[in-house]
Design a protein around this ligand. Structure first.
Ligand SMILES: NC(=O)c1ccc[n+]([C@@H]2O[C@H](COP(=O)([O-])OP(=O)(O)OC[C@H]3O[C@@H](n4cnc5c(N)ncnc54)[C@H](O)[C@@H]3O)[C@@H](O)[C@H]2O)c1
Length: 341
């Protein structure tokens, strides 16, 4: 495996997870970071012992990097990505890829034109329990898919939004509970069930002082004819582990907090679900996530660069969840069923 030199753009909460992962991955090293906040820059320089630049352009021009990880606020992923692509750096971008389709597509196009790899972090795609359900579906053990439901009944207090003022804003976050928290489970739902054809959604801001939604629901019809639903929130006290329920003609499976909760699939074992490794959910604490999946996704990205293949989560694949969430917002606003093409 090639040894790759990484820079991290942004020094907030999730940047710490990436820095910790890079420290543990033998074929990577963290060379430098950039931060728009002076105090965070100083803290990060001390913590990681590498240069921290005030602007990503400085990071890109002064350091010999192979790749960057973008951890800025969701609505500010595009600009550093364009600059990095033009500088010939491969890009691993935090979820959601961006907050509008126009901005996300621009990033994807630019990376294609500049010949750099683009990956988007959806670390739960590396969860072995999710992969087991995907394998069962792909190999026909569930039969025809009938219904797929995602529930992300999470809780965040107002202080969570106050700490990062971009969170819950339309410009910085694109919305709130669906696009920031729910997006992970929605991405998994789409990966298992396929694309959505029709959606009717309703979102509301009921508790928090934010622009985006803190309660949301949607009814879905998938293109393969199966039905489904999404319910999500960050006002749902005290916050429950997110659930993904998949029903097929021949069996069903439920993932809860990343763990197999129910397994009624003949012919393929879930092993002893009580003995499987237990994963954590971020249901009421944003940092209560298993960072091993981030590590696996970074390792996959490095391998993709080395072998010149697509990363597990490409820009194109990550945009599907964004597209559905934006359709739920549109449906809610127009009071209409949206036909997705
Ligand atoms: N994969 C996951 O499980 C996960 C978890 C948390 C956050 N995230 C994603 O990571 C990103 C950052 O989230 P966070 O919780 O670390 O946020 P945060 O508020 O803690 O940090 C955001 C960082 O972006 C920087 N920043 C803000 N505006 C900027 C701008 N205009 N230009 C450049 N830098 C800017 C801030 O200085 C800060 O360093 C978001 O896209 C979020 O959705 C992913």
């Amino acid at each position: 495996m090639r040894h790759l030199r990484f820079g991290i753009i942004g020094t907030g909460a999730i940047a710490k997870v990436h820095a910790a992962c890079l420290k543990e991955i033998e074929s990577a090293s963290l060379i430098a970071l950039s931060s728009s906040s002076k105090s965070r820059a100083e803290k990060a320089a001390e913590e990681y012992g590498v240069p921290v630049y005030a602007h990503y352009n400085e990071l890109l021009s002064k350091e010999a990097l192979d790749a960057v990880i973008i951890t800025t606020q969701s609505g500010a992923h595009l600009e550093p990505a364009l600059a990095a692509a033009m500088a010939g750096k491969h890009i691993l971008c935090e979820k959601p890829i961006e907050v509008t389709l126009k901005r996300a597509n621009r990033m994807i196009e630019m990376c294609k034109n500049e010949g750099v790899k683009l990956g988007c972090i959806f670390q739960n795609r590396f969860n072995p329990n999710f992969r087991l359900i995907r394998k069962a579906i792909r190999e026909g053990y569930l039969g025809k898919l009938l219904m797929g439901n995602a529930s992300i009944h999470w809780f965040r207090d107002q202080a969570y939004y106050a700490e990062s003022p971009w969170k819950g804003t339309i410009k910085g976050d694109g919305g709130a509970a669906l696009i920031n928290q729910g997006v992970h489970t929605i991405d998994l739902l789409l990966n298992l069930m396929g694309e959505v054809g029709l959606v009717f959604g309703k979102v509301g801001t009921m508790v928090h002082n934010i622009e985006g939604e803190d309660v949301a629901t949607a009814s879905l019809q998938f293109k393969n004819g199966a039905l489904g639903s999404i319910s999500a929130g960050t006002a749902l006290f005290p916050g429950y582990a997110e659930r993904l329920e998949i029903f097929g003609e021949k069996g069903s499976a439920v993932l809860e907090g990343g763990n197999i909760k129910e397994w009624n699939v003949e012919g393929i074992s879930s092993e002893d679900k009580n003995n499987r490794q237990k994963f954590q959910s971020g249901s009421n604490n944003p940092m209560d996530i298993s960072y091993q999946f981030h590590k696996q996704q970074i390792a996959d990205f490095i391998e993709a660069i080395t072998l010149d293949r697509d990363p597990e989560v490409t820009g194109e694949s990550s945009i599907k969840a964004l597209k559905l969430i934006l359709s739920i917002y549109e449906s809610s606003e127009k009071n209409q069923v949206i036909r997705m093409i």
